[in-house]
Design a protein around this ligand. Structure first.
Ligand SMILES: NC(=O)c1ccc[n+]([C@@H]2O[C@H](COP(=O)([O-])OP(=O)(O)OC[C@H]3O[C@@H](n4cnc5c(N)ncnc54)[C@H](OP(=O)(O)O)[C@@H]3O)[C@@H](O)[C@H]2O)c1
Length: 333
């Protein structure tokens, strides 16, 4: 099939584009051309989707059988994608589990769980999903919605629970303690990007996937405290973890704490059973440890590990927490 990927050089979409080529599709990526290193044979259609008239005209001039939209973040983007790809036989839209919010009626959450997003990101993805589903039910627009949970890879830095930042890797190397949120017991699921690619590639052209919404994550889950213990074994040094309540992290103004506030401080467990039923090729195989090792290698290769001595917020936070008493963390299993 002639497949267009909106994005295509990102964290999730890079391995997806490689897999599309491997299974024999003719692949075009639409992006601004800022990332180097497209795989041989992939065609670049350069453009900015935020210029909607130009984007839609560029796509309408082409002939694609299918498309994957990795950069749709709101209802207006979704409506624009539908206008651009009105002739495709199948379109996969990348949504997010942030559509569910953090208050669950049952766990693991399945696709029919109520959506109660708490962030603008989640609310806007819900609005985009509604535009696509309305087009499906009203006009038969052939959409499939994928809701990934945390999907990590070498284009990112090694995640941590309390913030979007990478200097913690250097803290571990230097033997400094690190902060985690609360008692470290919040559950989470981590999927490596190579394992995600089949979830986007194999639904294409598969009738039973049209009109469906799928969670995408590993079935297995763990606590953030265990996540950090695993990361320490990969980094090669064990340091103390100090539990800090979310309210303190927020009051202390931890830089880039938003990811913790809106999702990583909560126990979030979802089921990918529906995806595994309809897309049996989706069978995650890469362990958390192996995935972390690959991310760490890319951070080292690209000199992306910041020097933790250049900032002191975490030392101050940990000292303040110790002064009022420590939260007891769950022991290692
Ligand atoms: N990773 C996760 O844990 C997770 C979880 C849930 C949902 N998601 C969803 O996954 C998607 C992100 O996928 P990804 O990781 O492959 O993306 P990414 O790493 O954010 O990369 C973005 C891609 O889109 C292109 N791009 C960005 N802005 C553009 C624009 N205005 N016009 C044209 N191209 C543009 C970029 O290339 P240029 O810069 O060259 O344009 C690049 O190819 C998002 O929809 C996100 O909501 C991710």
């Amino acid at each position: 099939m002639r497949v267009c990927v909106l994005g295509g050089t990102g964290n999730i979409s890079s391995p997806m584009v490689r897999l599309l080529m491997e299974v024999g599709h003719e692949v075009t990526v639409f992006n601004r051309g800022q990332a180097p290193g497209l795989p041989p044979g992939v065609r670049l259609l350069r453009g900015d989707r935020s210029d909607r008239p130009a984007f839609e005209a560029a796509i309408q001039n082409e002939h694609f059988d299918a498309a994957i939209d990795m950069i749709c973040f709101n209802a207006e983007d979704a409506a624009s994608t539908i206008r651009a790809f009105r002739k495709v036989r199948h379109l996969v839209f990348c949504s997010t589990v942030c559509t569910y919010g953090v208050q669950y009626d049952w766990l693991p959450a399945s696709e029919d769980h109520p959506l109660r997003p708490i962030s603008d990101y989640g609310r806007n993805k819900v609005a985009a999903e509604r535009v696509f589903l309305e087009a499906f039910y009203r006009d038969g627009f052939p959409v499939t919605i994928i809701r990934p949970s945390t999907t990590f890879g070498p284009r990112w830095n090694l995640l941590r629970q309390i913030a979007w930042e990478a200097a913690w890797v250097d803290r571990v190397r230097k033997g400094k303690p690190i902060a985690v949120c609360g008692d470290g017991r919040a559950f989470h699921q981590w999927l490596y990007v190579d394992d995600a690619a089949p979830a986007f590639v194999f639904p294409l052209g598969r009738d039973r996937c049209v009109g469906q919404t799928y969670n995408m994550m590993k079935q297995e889950f763990g606590t953030w405290a265990d996540y950090h213990r695993t990361a320490m074994s990969v980094i090669g040094r064990t340091v103390e973890m100090v539990g800090v309540p979310l309210a303190t992290l927020l009051a202390a103004g931890v830089p880039n704490v938003g990811i913790c506030e809106t999702i990583f401080s909560y126990s979030t467990i979802y089921t990918p059973n529906r995806l595994m039923r309809d897309v049996p090729e989706f069978r995650p195989q890469i362990s958390l440890e192996d995935g972390m090792r690959r991310v760490l290698e890319s951070m080292e290769r690209e000199h992306r590990i910041p020097d933790s001595d250049k900032e002191d917020w975490e030392d101050r936070l940990i000292a303040a927490q110790r002064a009022v008493g420590e939260i007891k963390l769950t022991p290692a299993p």
